[in-house]
Design a protein around this ligand. Structure first.
Ligand SMILES: Cc1cc2nc3c(=O)[nH]c(=O)nc-3n(C[C@H](O)[C@H](O)[C@H](O)COP(=O)(O)O)c2cc1C
Length: 142
């Protein structure tokens, strides 16, 4: 059974490329072995991540992610059983929100900054789908 989990969190310290690179390296190593796909969006101080895969695999990974001290205030925005994946092309695609066109962000948010804490899970999911549609996501599987 497939599920999709969307969560947001705050970076424990201002994000550096070293931190993001190490998270992505862990994801690339772990996720394919467990059939996990998804996207990680980040800005200076926030993460927004969608995870898809089997229910056990997604829940186990999420438990590990919650314990990770590189971030805090982890908030589940949505969790659903799904008939098919929407992010199946990415072992963990990534988007630095600083590089995204502000008008794309404004379509779904009150201000042209990523702030999943003050918008609905539905709006955050719509933003992720728009990022895919506009080819803003890096790291598609070959
Ligand atoms: C925002 C964020 C997203 C993460 N995403 C993933 C991921 O998709 N896959 C993964 O294996 N680890 C991810 N991690 C790293 C895990 O939290 C954890 O460090 C890793 O699974 C190793 O856990 P372990 O030491 O318990 O084996 C993420 C960490 C953070 C802070």
């Amino acid at each position: 059974m497939l599920v999709r989990l969307l969560y947001a969190s705050r970076a424990a310290t201002p994000l550096t490329s070293t931190v993001v690179d190490s998270i992505l390296a862990q994801s690339r190593d772990h996720n394919p072995k467990f059939g996990i796909t998804g996207i990680l969006c980040y800005s200076d101080d926030l993460f927004l991540q969608v995870l898809e895969g089997g229910r056990d695999e997604v829940c186990e990974l999420f438990n590990a992610i919650v314990r990770d001290d590189r971030h805090t205030n982890v908030r589940i925005l949505s969790f659903e059983e799904i008939p098919e994946r929407r992010f199946g092309g990415w072992t963990m695609g990534h988007v630095n929100m600083a590089t995204v066109n502000p008008s794309l962000l404004l379509k779904y948010t009150e201000r042209p900054q990523l702030n999943p804490f003050n918008c609905s899970g539905q709006a955050s999911m719509a933003l992720l789908l728009e990022l895919i549609a506009t080819a803003s996501v890096i790291g598609r599987c070959a």
